[in-house]
Design a protein around this ligand. Structure first.
Ligand SMILES: NC(=O)c1ccc[n+]([C@@H]2O[C@H](COP(=O)([O-])OP(=O)(O)OC[C@H]3O[C@@H](n4cnc5c(N)ncnc54)[C@H](OP(=O)(O)O)[C@@H]3O)[C@@H](O)[C@H]2O)c1
Length: 260
């Protein structure tokens, strides 16, 4: 297929890298700021175009654009053939229907950063405006990912919520913990084996089976000492209190059995 990428941000650059490994032909990148492509190795012959320029004909247009700009895209681009998809978790595919009659979604359920050369495993959720479009989108998606799942707007949005609530929130918690470690002169890297184990074991057990810590043991002495030590870290203290309250409430019946 001939493919055009619209956008030059994180997802656009990672998709350029992934498509370069396939037999599909990347024809052009459409973006408002070609400088954002500097430092990126682009396939030879790839054209860089602005939104107002004549658009290169293609079979698939991948609009990897900010959620806010997607509804405005129709006012900035004229396409005549092919399929257009966006890559957003919580934007309906219908936002594309006035651009081309054949449209869909390829949503990467992964955190993508253009600075990183390493491309992680990327589950893709795909959707299409009709069964033939969906077939084409799914066929393409399978060439850049081993994990492709069909999901309409509603299911994709729920996955997006689950992704935000897990990865984004865990990362914010770690920002606070790393700050605590730095100020208390602790080596945060010492936590890495524990953090890796916490994630890795989810391949074998559910999180509810392996919850540990003072909250589930109802260990009020340790909890009070921790909260006292957190008086100069109000954000971490707030989350510690919330988590402790929620964990003890949910696992009240189990607290007597837990020893670790
Ligand atoms: N990154 C991820 O981990 C990830 C994962 C899954 C899904 N997504 C979704 O994929 C989409 C793209 O995400 P991203 O991380 O690639 O975002 P990003 O790095 O912020 O890139 C957004 C792109 O949209 C362009 N853009 C924004 N406003 C514009 C405007 N008014 N006119 C023209 N271009 C405009 C930006 O151009 P400039 O560079 O010139 O500002 C940039 O090329 C979003 O819907 C996001 O939710 C992202």
């Amino acid at each position: 297929m001939d493919i055009v990428i619209i956008g030059s941000g994180n997802v656009a650059i990672v998709f350029i890298r992934l498509i370069s490994r396939t037999n599909h032909r990347l024809r052009a990148v459409v973006c408002r700021n070609p400088d954002s492509l500097s430092g990126v190795t682009l396939p030879t012959g790839l054209l860089v175009r602005d939104f107002g320029d004549d658009i290169v004909p293609a079979d698939l247009y991948i609009a990897a654009l900010s959620d806010q700009f997607l509804p405005e895209l129709k006012d900035h681009i004229r396409l005549h053939q092919g399929i257009i998809v966006h890559t957003a978790g919580s934007v309906s595919k219908e936002v594309l229907k006035t651009i081309l009659p054949r449209y869909g979604v390829i949503y990467p359920l992964q955190s993508l950063r253009k600075e990183l050369d390493f491309v992680p495993e990327i589950p893709l959720l795909v959707d299409g405006s009709d069964p033939l479009v969906l077939d084409t989108v799914r066929f393409f998606a399978r060439e850049i990912s081993e994990q492709v799942t069909i999901a309409g707007d509603e299911i994709r949005s729920r996955y997006h919520l689950a992704a935000v609530s897990s990865a984004n929130f865990i990362n914010y918690l770690l920002i606070l913990v790393y700050d605590y470690c730095e100020k208390e002169k602790l080596d945060a890297d010492m936590l890495l084996p524990l953090l890796k184990e916490t994630i890795n074991r989810l391949e074998h057990v559910s999180p509810a089976e392996v919850q540990t810590g003072p909250a589930i043991r109802n260990d009020s002495d340790t909890i009070s000492r921790h909260l006292d030590s957190l008086k100069h870290y109000p954000r971490l203290k707030k989350l510690y209190e919330h988590f402790t309250e929620l964990i003890s409430e949910q696992f009240r019946h189990k607290s007597k059995d837990k020893t670790d």
